[in-house]
Design a protein around this ligand. Structure first.
Ligand SMILES: Cc1ncc(COP(=O)(O)O)c(C=O)c1O
Length: 379
């Protein structure tokens, strides 16, 4: 179902064409209101009870679990993608000479931890080259073999939205016993995801992009196989019985159940978590399928307008519905994004690609305005 414009739920001035959700989403009006109330709570700490240290966290966990079709017990609260990937890298078994697979130009938070692990373990970090036809799935599948220990990829490439078929890759990874790690920050919330189809060992996303939440709050789904692993830090609230504040020095070896052992210290962020939860509730109300379809109508229009002007784009069947790269080629001015900004149009340039990432606050008029301005800026 096309949800139509939801611009009223956000606070974007009329003259702004914001096509940059992949950089950072604007905040929902309701999430800002909740955040402001939450900030003022700290003025009255006597109203914050021990239960509050658990309730917001459990609510966020449950909402994220619903979003990805997994169990609440499988969700950890993390502050960033890099934190989640660090947990994954600390737990996946990797032997000397084995392969860790990533994509060319993958986002650094899902690269540096693997470079470190490869250096430590003697494994080989293998980069799958960007295929000419944008078919990452085939290119990746060709590289997965018995010597692969880890496949660490996104659902769609952050520079242009080109897709990886995670269900196929996950199946192959399981077949050969490789760990499957997914950075979902550029897709969860705007592109459907189902844990039972994909079977990730680790799936991480921070909330400030397509989950419409604040910066510094995120979630990580952990597959059953890894729920007894090693956290990368040891904090008190992850331990068994931490609800009893008067007995915290009865030190415990056991953890809270499931993936809670990986929760970041001070995960009970009284401002960020309620805001992230509000945004998740809104997305679940819309339905991710509907979000994807609605944004997809806009990216399809972008593709149509680009094709008319002879600009190459990632074709519909090779990209997620919520993001599209325009390949303007080497003639595009280096300061293109800045020039568009002076006309109130906001996009990102990532490598060769002018990345357009609309959301439900955008309209067809925004797409037409983008092309009008592009015409003026690059001729
Ligand atoms: C694909 C991808 N992963 C991760 C991030 C952010 O990483 P972190 O949460 O570690 O700052 C971004 C930000 O642009 C991204 O595009």
């Amino acid at each position: 179902m096309n949800l139509g414009s939801q611009r009223d739920l956000f606070e974007i001035p009329e003259d702004i064409v914001y096509l940059n959700c992949a950089y950072m989403s604007p905040q929902l009006r309701s999430a800002r209101e909740i955040g402001e109330r939450a900030v003022s709570r700290k003025s009255r700490p006597w109203e914050i009870t021990p239960d509050d240290f658990f309730e917001d966290a459990e609510e966020g966990r449950a909402l994220f679990a619903r979003l990805v079709g997994g169990e609440t017990d499988g969700v950890a609260i993390v502050p960033s993608v890099s934190y989640g990937i660090a947990v994954a890298a600390a737990n996946v078994p990797v032997g000397e000479g084995q392969k860790i697979l990533i994509l060319e130009d993958q986002f650094p938070s899902n690269v540096y931890p693997w470079r470190e692990l490869a250096a430590r373990s003697g494994a080989k970090l293998v980069t799958v080259a960007r295929p000419e036809d944008y078919d990452w799935t085939s290119a990746l599948m060709q590289q997965i073999d018995e010597s692969t220990a880890v496949v660490a990829v996104p659902n769609c490439h952050w520079t242009d939205g080109s897709l990886v078929d995670l269900a196929r890759v996950g199946e192959r990874a399981r077949e050969i016993g490789a760990a499957f790690v997914v950075d979902g920050i550029q897709s969860l919330g705007a592109y459907p995801f189902d844990v039972s189809e994909v079977g990730p060992d680790f799936l991480v996303a921070s909330s400030y992009k397509w989950l419409l939440g604040p910066y510094g709050a995120g979630f990580m789904y952990v597959g059953e196989k890894y729920r007894e692993g090693e956290p990368i830090e040891h904090n008190w609230i992850n331990r068994y019985g931490s609800e009893a504040f008067s007995q915290l020095v009865d030190y415990q070896d056991a953890f809270q159940p499931g993936a809670r052992r990986y929760d970041v210290g001070e995960r009970s962020n009284f401002v960020l978590l309620p805001m992230a939860a509000e945004a998740l509730r809104r997305i679940l109300d819309w339905g991710v399928d509907n979000v994807s379809e609605t944004i997809g109508a806009l990216t399809d229009l972008v593709e149509e307008r680009a094709t008319q002007r002879g600009i190459r784009t990632i074709p519909k069947e090779r990209r997620a519905r919520h993001m599209i790269g325009l390949m303007l080629g080497p003639d595009a001015p280096d300061d293109l994004a800045a020039r568009l900004t002076t006309h109130g149009v906001f996009v990102s340039v990532r490598g060769e690609s002018v990345r357009l990432s609309p959301h439900l606050y955008n309209t067809e008029e925004d797409v037409h305005r983008l092309f009008d301005v592009l015409e003026r800026v690059i001729g």
